[in-house]
Every structure is written in C-alpha cells, then in structure tokens.
Design a protein around this ligand. Structure first.
Ligand code: NIG
Ligand code: FE
Length: 413
C-alpha cells in the first residue's frame, strides 16, 4: 500500500460537522477547518487528518509533500450537466433578451429539439472530441467528479451512442476525473410523436432497459414539466428504473409546481433538480426524505427566471446541492465554483452550505457515501487551491486558484 503525506496546508477544510449532520441545517463551524492541516492517505482511502505538528508516527510514508500557501478541500462535484451536444443556441439567447420566453421558443420548434437536430448531424468521434474539450476546460476549475446526461439524440440508437461515449470518457479519464452517466432520453418529445406516453413507450423505456442491462448508465433522469413529461411518464420511468436497479433523478418543479419534488421523494430519487417553483408540500416531502435538492443557479440567471428559494429549503432541513446544469439552452456556462460564488449572497447561504452544496451534498445527489469530505474512510479525492484561506476562493469571483493534483499529472485531460 502506497502512503502519501500532504502537510503544512494553511487550512484543511474537513467538513466533519457537515458529515455528522448529513449535510442538513448547517452552520459555518460545520466546515471543521483544521489550520496548519495535514492528511495521510493511500490510493484507496484517507487514513488520517489533523494538524501538521501532530502527525502520528505509525504510518510508513512513501511520498511526502508540503503545501504552504495552499488550502485543501474535498473535490468539487458537478452532479448535473448536459455537456454532450452539437451546435449552439446563441440565437435563442438573443431572442430571450428580446422578450421571447424559453417555453415559447421551444413551442416554435427551437429549444431542446433544435439541439437534437444539431447533435444528430455529428458522428461518434465528433461528439466524443467535443465532450473531451468541454471536460478538459471543466477539469481546470477544481472539479473532480462530473455527471453527464444524454438527451440530445432522442432516438434509441442515438441515446445509446451517447451513453457509450460517456462510458468511454469514464474509462479514459479515471481516476483523474470520475464521470457518471445519466440516461435522459425523456428530455423532450421529438416532433414525430404526438403524445409523451408514446415516446416513453417507444424510446425512453427500451433505452433504459438496454443501457441498464449493458451496465452503461448510473442514473436515469426525466424532464417532469408541463409541455414535456407527465406524472404517468415519471411513474413509468421510476418503476422501470426500480426494477432494473437504476437510481432516479428528476428535473422537478422548474417552470411550474407540478408536485415534482413530492414525486421525487416518493420514488426515492437520489435528487430533485431545479425546484424554482417547488411548493411548501414539496419542500416538506424532501425534508423527510433522502432525496437531495439540487439547485442550478446558472439556469435561473441565464433564463431570467430568478432563483430557487434556497433559504426555505435549507431551513426546512432539506439536503441541498448546487450544480451547473451546463447545456446549450438554459445555462451555457460550466464553472460550478463561480456559479456557487455568485449565487450564495442571493440564496443567503452560509459558507458551510455553499461548500457542502458542491462537495458532500453533491456526492449525495450521486448516491456516493464516501465522497465530499476529508475524513478517515473517505476517498482521497481533493481540490487544492493556492490561496491564503478558503474564504478567498469564493470571495474573489472569477479568479482561478485551483492547482492540479500531481498524482494525476501523467493523465492528460
Ligand atoms: O436542465 N430542463 C431541461 N433540460 C435542460 C435544458 C436543456 C436545454 O434547453 O437544452 C435544463 O435546463
Ligand atoms: Fe438539466
């Protein structure tokens, strides 16, 4: 077993208090910051964390490194992206600034279906290299784990191909980047179907069956929204996923309160995402469940639809994560740390809520139990920043102080 000792950090932000409260009702001290911190870990797990002047002697250290002027945090996890797509939707952004609404643009044949036609013009290799370029950029921000959704092909062969691309990326970039694949064939109804239920039956369910059996996917997701997919469609996806042992995610209560949060909690979804219009009943259902509420601040800002009521969710005891939702239509932006930094004042989140939102609670939104904190037994996956204190990271908007982990310098991403 190879052992590493990293010492002399200005701070190690362990999140011990966050973990002991399961990421709920957090106060700033739950970050459990260790000044002059150090960590000992093997390739598989963190073994010890504490002060640099208190390092236990019993470990036979193979590699030791010193990090004066640096801060150590758990790796940042972006638990919601749609980064495999062709073309762009700059023209729609312009239309919205001229007053046309997102749903109106979709009704006129734009929106997700426009990106589907652009994506379906591209080959496997073209889509693979587009996704690689986007991942490369994202990896520079301190993000170590990344969920990627399909949903811009919307036919059986195309959706399965997108899963294969994500699977290939997963293999190629492990362990430097940990990638999770979500099948989101239920993203929009293609124009050749009149009813969502017909599309679910003809495409989304067969895709789910095939990709689950082949071991290609980690999650399945559905856009549960007026004009997209109904309660019955969600029920169908949820019951098929449960039978196949695939964890569920739900795009819930984004433009309307459709009881999406309530359904997500009811079906034991790992996460309910968006929640701009979530009701009090939906919030209570989430608070009593294990389902993580994933807020996507970039989307509300990009669409001009405002921000979710984060404070109400947090105060009710909901486990809240933050993610980018990086996609061509509703948030053409990929830096989660920046989004979290600019959203926190409007969300009125304290720094424990912010950092838990992009580490430990984001891990929860991917069903991961031992990620998102720097504690014995957790995975040795970190984000290192060259800065005086962790407070400077989110204070200095847009400055990137992330430093690549030398263990991965061989892997080009
Ligand atoms: O999460 N809400 C559904 N899907 C994306 C939007 C995708 C698009 O507009 O292309 C979202 O916002
Ligand atoms: Fe999304």
């Amino acid at each position: 077993m190879t052992l590493h000792l990293w010492k002399n950090f200005e701070q190690v932000v362990s999140l011990q208090g966050v973990v002991s409260k399961d990421g709920r009702k957090l106060i700033p001290s739950d970050l459990s910051i260790i000044p002059n911190g150090a960590v000992i870990f093997s390739d598989e797990a963190i073994l010890w964390v504490g002060k640099s002047n208190n390092i236990p002697k019993q470990f036979d250290i193979d590699y030791s490194d010193s990090f004066h002027g640096h801060v150590l945090l758990p790796e940042i996890i972006d638990s919601h992206t749609h980064l495999i797509f062709g073309g762009d939707r700059a023209h729609e952004y312009a239309q919205r600034l001229n007053g046309v609404d997102y749903q109106e643009i979709a009704k006129q044949g734009g929106g997700i279906n426009y990106t589907v036609s652009e994506t379906n013009k591209l080959t496997y290799d073209e889509l693979f290299s587009i996704a690689e370029r986007r991942m490369h950029k994202i990896s520079q921000y301190g993000i170590g784990s990344l969920e990627i959704k399909t949903g811009y092909s919307l036919n059986i062969d195309g959706e399965i191909q997108l899963c294969r691309i994500i699977h290939k990326l997963k293999e190629k970039y492990s362990p430097r980047l940990r990638i999770f694949c979500t099948l989101m064939a239920a993203h929009a109804i293609p124009p050749n179907y009149n009813h969502s239920a017909d599309y679910i039956q003809a495409v989304a369910i067969p895709c789910l069956e095939m990709t689950a059996k082949e071991g290609l996917i980690d999650f399945v997701d559905i856009f549960h929204e007026r004009g997209y997919f109904t309660d019955e469609d969600l029920e169908k996806i949820a019951s098929t996923a449960a039978r196949l042992g695939v964890a569920l995610k739900v795009h819930a209560d984004e433009f309307n309160d459709n009881h999406g949060a309530f359904f997500a909690a009811h079906f034991n979804a790992v996460s309910a995402d968006h929640l701009l219009k979530v009701s009090n009943a939906g919030i209570n259902a989430l608070a009593q469940s294990k389902t993580v509420a994933t807020l996507l601040p970039g989307t509300g800002l990009f669409l001009g639809k405002g921000m979710a009521n984060a404070r109400q969710l947090l105060d009710a005891g909901v486990k809240v994560a933050l993610a980018s939702d990086y996609n061509p239509g509703s948030c053409h932006y990929d830096n989660l740390l920046f989004l979290a930094s600019i959203a926190a004042p409007s969300y009125k989140m304290n720094l424990a809520e912010l950092w838990a939102g992009i580490t430990f609670n984001a891990a929860g939104a991917l069903g991961l139990m031992t990620s998102g904190a720097i504690l014995p037994g957790f995975l040795p996956r970190f984000s290192i920043f060259k800065t005086k204190s962790f407070e400077h990271i989110t204070y200095t908007w847009g400055e990137n102080t992330f430093v690549q982990d030398k263990r991965y310098s061989e892997t080009k991403v």
